[in-house]
Design a protein around this ligand. Structure first.
Ligand SMILES: [Zn+2]
Length: 373
């Protein structure tokens, strides 16, 4: 176990935290939040308004400075109980370098196993992703590097990971000290990971901010100094990854949070039609989220999103991207943990707006099928 300063841990979790969320801690509209109101609703004559037993496929823990996870796990259980989350898949945010403050499933798995059935794990965000981004230049990927990468990937699955995550292709910087990193999704190590995932029958959870074409960095992103002047195209390499091994299930993370305008329902629909191995995890933006192509507006589902979710109801899961930390969390860490509940409320509003059967699939059943638990 690695000792770490709080600052380093902040930087660690910042590698995945959208900056706009840091700015929008304001409470979002509440519809069906709270376990009590849901219990009451389940006995009411209109049960399709609410849905429980949710699987959250994408969340992170904020460990204390000594990388102890107990406090973060009990904070998670409290929120999960309140919002009807049956199981949460926890994973390290995608690290571009392995530094003090990084963590991997070995660090939290033992503690999380104290809550049988409530937590499951993904592996690779802390270790594999650092190897990947450490060899962003494909010419540095030697046979030895491939071997090291493959050994670590197979070890993670043996250690209990249900899949690989959170991995990253394009990760935009969305705040002043928020990291930018990029490798194309058809990087040789991601192609190798797809082959391992297919062989092991596990999915890959991939953060890949959607850019259909290369373009200059829009002003609202250019003000964050870690972003480059130009944003690379990410969708063509993602398509090559999907085509590379059709047996590798790729879960494109954070649908519903669109920073460049290329992650809308029409494009996602086209991709889903074309690639049966593509799935999406939904991170539903709240009313103040500075994102394009919103799923919800004034608690109502956008029409195009609704059509897509109904048409492909077996291809979406919930992935709130929540951060859980305990009372020792301070400063920015405390702010992260504060926005977890507004996120949960938005997610409940979203599920409540879906037809009951579709909510059941997206909220739970698809996750059980995809991750095999
Ligand atoms: Zn992410």
């Amino acid at each position: 176990m690695v000792l770490s300063t709080k600052l380093e841990i902040v930087e660690g979790i910042m590698s995945c935290m959208p900056g706009k969320l840091l700015l929008s801690i304001a409470v979002v509209a509440i519809l069906g939040a709270g376990a009590k109101s849901l219990d009451a609703a389940s006995k009411s004559p209109a049960p399709q308004r609410h849905f429980e037993g949710i699987v959250d496929t994408h969340a992170h823990l904020v460990p204390d400075p000594l990388l102890r996870f107990d406090e973060a796990l009990s904070a998670a259980i409290e929120v999960m109980d309140r919002y009807g989350i049956e199981t949460t898949l926890i994973m390290s945010p995608p690290r571009a370098t392995k530094v003090r403050g990084s963590y991997e499933l070995d660090d939290f798995a033992a503690a999380a196993r104290r809550y049988p059935g409530r937590f499951r794990f993904m592996g690779g965000g802390g270790g594999l992703n650092a190897i990947l981004h450490g060899h962003a230049d494909p010419s540095t990927v030697s046979a030895k590097v491939r071997q090291e990468f493959e050994t670590e990937a197979r070890r993670l699955i043996k250690a209990g990971a249900l899949g690989f995550g959170e991995m990253s292709s394009l990760h935009l910087s969305l705040a002043m000290r928020h990291g930018y990193n990029f490798v194309p999704a058809d990087h040789p190590l991601l192609l190798l990971l797809a082959d391992i995932a297919a062989d092991q029958n596990v999915p890959i959870d991939l953060h890949c901010d959607a850019a259909a074409t290369e373009r200059s960095t829009p002003d609202r992103l250019a003000r964050f100094p870690n972003n480059p002047k130009r944003i690379p195209a990410t969708i063509p390499p993602l398509e090559r990854l999907l085509a590379h091994n059709p047996k590798a299930r790729i879960i494109w993370a954070h649908a519903g949070t669109d920073h460049l305008g290329d992650f809308g329902p029409e494009r996602i629909g086209t991709m889903l039609d074309k690639y049966p191995n593509l799935f999406l995890s939904l991170k539903i933006a709240g009313p103040r989220g500075a994102t394009e192509n919103k799923v919800l507006s004034r608690k109502r589902l956008d029409g195009a999103w609704r059509d897509l979710l109904l048409r492909h109801s077996d291809r979406f899961v919930i992935g709130t991207d929540s951060f859980y930390g305990g009372p020792s969390a301070v400063g920015v860490i405390a702010e992260f943990t504060k926005i977890t509940e507004p996120h949960m409320r938005t997610t409940k509003v979203f599920l409540s707006a879906l037809p009951r059967e579709v909510a059941r699939r997206i909220g739970r059943e698809n996750a059980h099928r995809l991750y095999h638990f």
